[in-house]
Write a protein that binds this ligand. Structure first.
Ligand code: GEK
Length: 246
């Protein structure tokens, strides 16, 4: 999804008043630049989600991209889909994100007709006949008390043999590892041009909004909901992507 017109993220470059991070119009405008300079392996993860979707899509079923932002995973999947009848439902509760995604979809032409973009809270969204479900860095923004219910709803809406992909920022039970990986992540952002001020202001803005959990917590929640064959298929520092099957 990288384009020469991609706008650079400078949202935290100047000293700003404290406040919680929001997925508003300003963030949507720079989102592609922001996520690819902030999440180690983001492009690889999208490419691999497309391959997983290609392998697990079932005829006449749906793919759900939950918390789709600008449709990074959705558009990667559409490039890789086999020629079988299916559709993709891309959901985000930020209208700024969905508006931009709709524009991108329109610019890509009629082959994108299989994508339905919805501005909706995933906690209220109906999920059914799903063979592939993607939560790519979305669950971390859902309130802790709502996470189990959401995962159970996804399980109920999936077909047997379907795959759920969950990518998250993660926490470690060991404090030493937590600070090592946090430092490495900040080093990664520094190498990609973010200043110390940008890194620390973004960190404070996300503090109450992005709540990471340990891999064990994810495993317990997913298996408790009924999913099987849990494993981590990608990890770089404190970012991981997990798969489970129904
Ligand atoms: C990608 N998956 O590029 N309902 C709907 N949307 C939500 C909810 C909710 N309850 N909570 C958060 N979001 C994307 C990247 S970004 C990750 C996902 C990041 C949405 C929120 O509006 C935002 O667009 C997205 O989840 C998280 O593959 O910024 O680190």
């Amino acid at each position: 999804m990288s384009t020469p017109t991609r706008k650079k993220d400078r949202l935290f470059a100047e000293q700003i008043l404290p406040g919680d991070f929001e997925f508003d119009k300003e963030v949507a405008e720079v989102f592609e630049d922001m996520i690819s300079r902030s999440v180690p392996g983001y492009t690889t993860i999208l490419d691999m989600i497309a391959i997983l979707a290609e392998n697990y899509i079932q005829e006449n079923s749906k793919i759900y991209d939950l918390g789709c932002s600008l449709g990074g995973a959705t558009f990667a999947i559409t490039r890789q889909l086999p020629n079988i009848p299916c559709s993709i439902v891309a959901i985000d509760k930020s209208s700024a994100m969905i508006d931009r995604m709709e524009k991108k979809k329109a610019s890509l032409g009629t082959t994108m007709a299989l994508i339905e973009c919805r501005c909706e809270d995933i906690l209220n969204a109906e999920i059914f006949n799903a063979s592939v479900v993607v939560l790519n860095f979305t669950l971390q923004f859902v309130q802790l008390s709502d996470r189990q219910r959401l995962i159970e709803k996804i399980f109920a809406g999936m077909n047997p043999g379907g795959i759920l992909i969950v990518s998250e920022k993660i926490r470690f039970p060991d404090d030493k590892l937590n600070s090592l990986f946090t430092d490495m992540h900040h080093g990664f952002k520094g190498n990609r041009g973010y200043s110390k001020l940008e890194i620390s202001q973004k960190r404070s803005a996300l503090e109450n909004v992005l709540i990471p959990e340990t891999i064990d917590t994810h495993r317990s929640r997913l298996t408790q909901a009924g999913f099987n064959s849990f494993d981590v298929w990608f990890q770089c520092f404190n970012f991981a992507s997990m798969v489970v099957f129904k």
